[in-house]
Design a protein around this ligand. Structure first.
Ligand code: F6P
Length: 481
């Protein structure tokens, strides 16, 4: 049945898995995007187009059968092994990802990766064009699909198209390294509304469009030669705050949190990091800062333990493999040098966990440590705050996470400054109850007000309000690239 709301994202909200008995099953797919969009989908009876994970054998694997999972209408797009390598691991995660994250790692530029990116974007656009009802709203997500808005507009000019970027949008100085910068900007301009995490990202985009494509702009508006107006604005994403709060109050979760504390030897304070194992997350630097505090005796392993959960991610991409080895070595060295029998300095878990276990970890942790070098938002920081129903617990947060714009009462740190991080970790460790409550109360107010429902609502309302009548500006058509 044609859909009035279509979500287009790289991944479906579920991953296909082969069960031990050989039958096909599904499990929730990783990442914050899924958690953020699912409630919007449910509320609007939408259809979700995306990749079910893993390779599809057929070269024309675009045509897997639609299905329903957990009440959601899902339309799978199959990717071949080659597309996974060139489009997903290559252009999306080894070209765009590092460029959009401040060049924390060196990006690679390969023309065959770009060709595959174009081809796969075409596949998503064609599928969206085929399932959207007349005049439907299509909401395209994230950096893997930046060409889809324009491709879709060409196929279906009747649609209202929104695009949301979940990761940072870089300043012109970095973006213009991309050999395909103009095509990417034009791809995004196919949307009526382009959403970013922060106002800085929206401003970077509008400036680049003016400089590189030559369109006329005014504040957050871009005037296209065909008479369309595109708006670029910030919509900071959030979480299901009430859902996390309820989970944290659940008896089973509270019991599990107590078990975790006991299993860790009932230390005075538990520090916690939970991240996808990604080089942008600053895991190495934070563990070093913590280890130095133990080394100098400012912290003692009898009193403090660091639990680091590293969720496996993009394991075929070289930079991610290198990072995994580095963290493995660092944790081994720290525990070898500084741990005692039954008291490792760091409890390291290379695994992903269901929401209940995450809530139990957040509940057990006294100091949450979130120190990315660059992060679009970081939902883990917000989830921690939502779970602190007793208005206690400390958040140590990188200034370079989008969440730092809202969570001003966290201990804000520069992850490149190890001494600064050590000082913040110690302060958070030593803070008294009154101080913790003051900070946490304020952050909880923010999170409750700006939850994921408010985020989706703001974006959808704005998209619905976009003027479809043409503007009467005379516009330059400059042939820059
Ligand atoms: O927010 C960035 C993002 O790439 C999302 O699109 C995705 O949900 C998450 O990180 C996990 O990444 P991947 O889909 O590459 O496993």
């Amino acid at each position: 049945m044609p859909a009035d709301l279509v979500i287009v994202a790289n991944r479906l909200p579920v991953d296909r898995v082969t069960q031990p008995d050989g039958t096909q099953g599904w499990r929730p797919s990783p990442g914050g995007l899924v958690t953020a969009i699912e409630p919007v989908m449910r509320a609007n009876d939408g259809t979700w187009i995306g990749w079910p994970g893993g390779p599809s054998e057929d070269a024309d694997a675009g045509d897997l059968d639609p299905f329903e999972a957990d009440g959601l209408q899902l339309v799978p797009i199959g990717l071949t092994a080659e597309e996974i390598e060139l489009f997903y691991e290559g252009f999306s995660n080894a070209t765009i990802w590092p460029i959009y994250h401040d060049l924390v790692a060196k990006p690679e530029f390969h023309r065959e990766w770009w060709d595959s990116y174009v081809k796969v974007n075409e596949k998503y656009a064609a599928k969206a064009a085929s399932v959207a009802a007349e005049g439907a709203t299509v909401w395209v997500h994230d950096y893997q699909l930046q060409l889809v808005p324009q491709m879709l507009r060409e196929l279906r000019p009747d649609l209202r198209i929104g695009f949301y970027l979940h990761i940072p949008f870089p300043p012109a100085e970095l973006f213009q390294q991309l050999p395909w910068r103009r095509q990417l900007l034009e791809g995004l301009l196919g949307a009526d509304l382009v959403g970013f995490q922060l106002p800085g990202g929206a401003a970077n985009f509008v400036r680049l469009v003016r400089q590189r494509v030559g369109h006329k702009t005014h504040r957050d508006l871009v005037y296209l030669p065909d008479g369309r107006t595109v708006r670029a604005a910030a919509f900071p994403i959030s979480i299901d705050a009430a859902g996390f709060e309820a989970l944290a109050s659940d008896e089973a979760v509270v019991t599990r949190a107590a078990e975790i504390r006991e299993a860790l030897g009932s230390p005075r304070r538990i520090f916690l990091g939970i991240d996808r194992l990604d080089y942008t997350k600053g895991i190495y630097a934070r563990l070093r800062a913590y280890a130095e505090l133990i080394e100098t005796g400012e912290l003692d392993v009898e009193d403090a333990v660091f639990v680091q959960v590293a969720v496996p991610s993009r394991e075929q991409v070289e930079q991610y493999r290198i990072l995994r080895d580095e963290i493995d070595r660092l944790v081994g060295r720290i525990n070898g040098d500084l741990g005692r029998i039954g008291r490792p300095a760091i409890s390291y878990l290379h695994s992903s966990y269901p929401r209940e276990e995450m809530a139990a970890l957040y509940t057990a942790a006294d100091v949450m440590v979130v120190t990315p070098y660059r992060d679009g938002m970081n939902l883990v920081a917000k989830e921690y705050v939502a779970c602190r129903t007793g208005d206690d617990g400390a958040l140590v947060l990188s200034e370079f996470a989008g969440a730092a714009d809202e969570l001003r009462q966290a201990w804000l740190v520069n992850p490149y400054d190890i001494n600064g991080m050590k000082a913040a970790l110690l302060e958070a460790y030593r803070a008294d109850g009154k101080e913790l409550t003051r900070r946490m109360k304020a952050m909880r107010r923010t999170i409750k007000k700006h939850d994921v429902a408010a985020w989706a609502d703001a974006f959808m309302t704005e998209l619905a309000d976009v003027e479809h009548s043409t503007h009467a500006k005379s516009v330059r058509a400059v042939g820059r690239s």
